[in-house]
Write a protein that binds this ligand. Structure first.
Ligand SMILES: Cc1cc2nc3c(=O)[nH]c(=O)nc-3n(C[C@H](O)[C@H](O)[C@H](O)COP(=O)(O)O)c2cc1C
Length: 144
Protein backbone atom coordinates (compact mmCIF):
# COMPACT_ATOMS: atom_id res chain seq x y z
CA UNK A 1 0.00 0.00 0.00
CA UNK A 2 1.44 3.39 -0.89
CA UNK A 3 1.34 5.91 1.90
CA UNK A 4 0.88 9.63 1.46
CA UNK A 5 1.35 12.51 3.87
CA UNK A 6 -0.77 15.63 3.37
CA UNK A 7 0.04 18.83 5.24
CA UNK A 8 -2.31 21.79 5.19
CA UNK A 9 -2.93 25.05 7.01
CA UNK A 10 -6.28 26.74 7.59
CA UNK A 11 -7.81 29.65 9.47
CA UNK A 12 -10.49 29.38 12.12
CA UNK A 13 -13.78 30.85 10.91
CA UNK A 14 -16.41 32.83 12.80
CA UNK A 15 -18.38 29.58 13.19
CA UNK A 16 -15.67 28.13 15.39
CA UNK A 17 -16.52 27.88 19.11
CA UNK A 18 -13.73 27.19 21.65
CA UNK A 19 -15.34 23.86 22.58
CA UNK A 20 -15.23 22.71 18.94
CA UNK A 21 -11.66 21.48 19.27
CA UNK A 22 -12.89 18.64 21.51
CA UNK A 23 -15.56 17.67 18.95
CA UNK A 24 -13.07 17.85 16.07
CA UNK A 25 -10.60 15.60 17.89
CA UNK A 26 -13.22 13.06 18.81
CA UNK A 27 -14.52 12.91 15.18
CA UNK A 28 -10.94 12.68 13.91
CA UNK A 29 -9.92 9.91 16.28
CA UNK A 30 -13.07 7.89 15.58
CA UNK A 31 -13.17 8.30 11.78
CA UNK A 32 -9.44 8.15 11.11
CA UNK A 33 -9.12 4.90 13.09
CA UNK A 34 -11.66 3.28 10.74
CA UNK A 35 -9.48 4.18 7.73
CA UNK A 36 -6.13 3.68 9.45
CA UNK A 37 -5.27 7.34 8.94
CA UNK A 38 -2.87 8.86 11.48
CA UNK A 39 -1.60 12.39 11.99
CA UNK A 40 -1.19 15.47 14.10
CA UNK A 41 -3.25 18.62 14.59
CA UNK A 42 -1.88 21.88 15.91
CA UNK A 43 -4.06 24.83 16.79
CA UNK A 44 -3.26 28.26 18.20
CA UNK A 45 -6.68 29.95 18.44
CA UNK A 46 -6.31 31.45 14.96
CA UNK A 47 -4.81 28.81 12.67
CA UNK A 48 -4.80 25.07 12.23
CA UNK A 49 -1.90 23.04 10.93
CA UNK A 50 -2.67 19.39 10.28
CA UNK A 51 -0.87 16.40 8.86
CA UNK A 52 -2.83 13.38 7.61
CA UNK A 53 -1.04 10.18 6.64
CA UNK A 54 -2.33 6.89 5.29
CA UNK A 55 -3.52 5.30 2.06
CA UNK A 56 -3.97 7.93 -0.66
CA UNK A 57 -7.70 7.34 -1.19
CA UNK A 58 -8.41 7.56 2.56
CA UNK A 59 -6.31 10.67 3.12
CA UNK A 60 -7.94 12.37 0.10
CA UNK A 61 -11.44 11.42 1.24
CA UNK A 62 -10.87 12.72 4.78
CA UNK A 63 -9.20 15.90 3.52
CA UNK A 64 -12.16 16.67 1.23
CA UNK A 65 -14.56 16.21 4.13
CA UNK A 66 -12.44 18.46 6.36
CA UNK A 67 -12.27 21.06 3.57
CA UNK A 68 -16.09 21.38 3.62
CA UNK A 69 -16.16 22.03 7.36
CA UNK A 70 -17.48 25.56 8.02
CA UNK A 71 -15.45 25.86 11.24
CA UNK A 72 -12.40 26.86 9.22
CA UNK A 73 -11.55 28.38 5.83
CA UNK A 74 -8.58 29.47 3.65
CA UNK A 75 -7.35 25.89 3.46
CA UNK A 76 -3.96 25.72 1.79
CA UNK A 77 -2.14 22.46 1.08
CA UNK A 78 1.48 23.03 2.10
CA UNK A 79 2.78 19.63 1.09
CA UNK A 80 1.57 16.33 -0.35
CA UNK A 81 4.00 13.50 -0.85
CA UNK A 82 4.48 9.76 -0.91
CA UNK A 83 6.31 8.54 2.18
CA UNK A 84 7.91 5.23 3.13
CA UNK A 85 6.65 5.22 6.66
CA UNK A 86 4.31 7.06 8.99
CA UNK A 87 5.65 9.80 11.26
CA UNK A 88 2.64 9.87 13.60
CA UNK A 89 1.77 6.18 13.81
CA UNK A 90 0.98 6.59 17.53
CA UNK A 91 -2.16 8.63 16.95
CA UNK A 92 -5.25 8.70 14.79
CA UNK A 93 -5.01 12.39 15.59
CA UNK A 94 -2.42 13.69 18.02
CA UNK A 95 -2.89 17.09 19.62
CA UNK A 96 -1.05 19.32 22.08
CA UNK A 97 -3.08 21.93 23.93
CA UNK A 98 -2.21 25.57 23.39
CA UNK A 99 0.32 26.00 26.19
CA UNK A 100 3.52 27.85 26.94
CA UNK A 101 5.47 24.88 25.53
CA UNK A 102 3.57 25.16 22.26
CA UNK A 103 4.34 28.89 22.03
CA UNK A 104 8.02 28.08 22.53
CA UNK A 105 7.88 25.57 19.68
CA UNK A 106 6.13 28.10 17.40
CA UNK A 107 8.86 30.58 18.28
CA UNK A 108 11.53 28.06 17.29
CA UNK A 109 10.09 27.79 13.76
CA UNK A 110 8.77 31.33 13.20
CA UNK A 111 10.29 34.77 13.69
CA UNK A 112 7.81 35.36 16.55
CA UNK A 113 5.50 33.30 18.71
CA UNK A 114 2.69 34.58 16.46
CA UNK A 115 2.36 31.22 14.74
CA UNK A 116 1.40 31.64 11.09
CA UNK A 117 1.59 28.33 9.21
CA UNK A 118 1.03 30.00 5.80
CA UNK A 119 4.44 31.62 6.10
CA UNK A 120 6.24 28.42 7.01
CA UNK A 121 8.13 26.19 4.62
CA UNK A 122 6.65 22.69 4.26
CA UNK A 123 9.75 21.28 5.96
CA UNK A 124 9.47 23.76 8.84
CA UNK A 125 5.77 23.00 9.32
CA UNK A 126 6.45 19.27 9.32
CA UNK A 127 9.36 19.61 11.77
CA UNK A 128 7.14 21.66 14.05
CA UNK A 129 4.55 18.84 14.14
CA UNK A 130 7.32 16.33 14.85
CA UNK A 131 8.60 18.45 17.75
CA UNK A 132 5.05 18.61 19.10
CA UNK A 133 4.96 14.80 18.94
CA UNK A 134 8.23 14.60 20.92
CA UNK A 135 6.79 17.02 23.47
CA UNK A 136 3.66 14.88 23.91
CA UNK A 137 5.69 11.67 24.25
CA UNK A 138 7.98 13.30 26.86
CA UNK A 139 4.99 14.57 28.84
CA UNK A 140 3.49 11.06 28.76
CA UNK A 141 6.77 9.53 30.03
CA UNK A 142 6.96 12.05 32.88
CA UNK A 143 3.37 11.37 33.92
CA UNK A 144 4.08 7.62 34.34
C1 LIG B 1 -9.22 21.66 11.51
C2 LIG B 1 -10.12 20.47 11.42
C3 LIG B 1 -9.53 19.20 11.40
C4 LIG B 1 -10.34 18.07 11.28
N1 LIG B 1 -9.73 16.84 11.22
C5 LIG B 1 -10.50 15.74 11.01
C6 LIG B 1 -9.90 14.46 10.82
O1 LIG B 1 -8.68 14.29 10.87
N2 LIG B 1 -10.74 13.41 10.60
C7 LIG B 1 -12.10 13.53 10.55
O2 LIG B 1 -12.79 12.53 10.34
N3 LIG B 1 -12.70 14.73 10.74
C8 LIG B 1 -11.94 15.84 10.96
N4 LIG B 1 -12.53 17.06 11.14
C9 LIG B 1 -14.00 17.12 11.24
C10 LIG B 1 -14.66 17.00 9.87
O3 LIG B 1 -14.61 18.24 9.21
C11 LIG B 1 -16.13 16.54 10.02
O4 LIG B 1 -16.83 17.42 10.87
C12 LIG B 1 -16.22 15.15 10.60
O5 LIG B 1 -15.35 14.27 9.94
C13 LIG B 1 -17.66 14.63 10.49
O6 LIG B 1 -17.71 13.33 10.97
P1 LIG B 1 -18.65 12.90 12.18
O7 LIG B 1 -20.07 13.16 11.69
O8 LIG B 1 -18.37 11.45 12.39
O9 LIG B 1 -18.29 13.73 13.40
C14 LIG B 1 -11.76 18.21 11.22
C15 LIG B 1 -12.31 19.49 11.24
C16 LIG B 1 -11.51 20.61 11.33
C17 LIG B 1 -12.13 21.98 11.35
Amino acid sequence: MSLVCLLYASTISDNFEPDDIKHILSSAQRNNAKQHVTGMLSFNRKYFLQCLEGAREHVNEIYHRIARDPRHHRLEVLDYQYVNKRSFSEWHMGYLQDTHTLSELFYKYSPSDQFDPYNMSPDGAFLLLQDIKTEILNALKESR
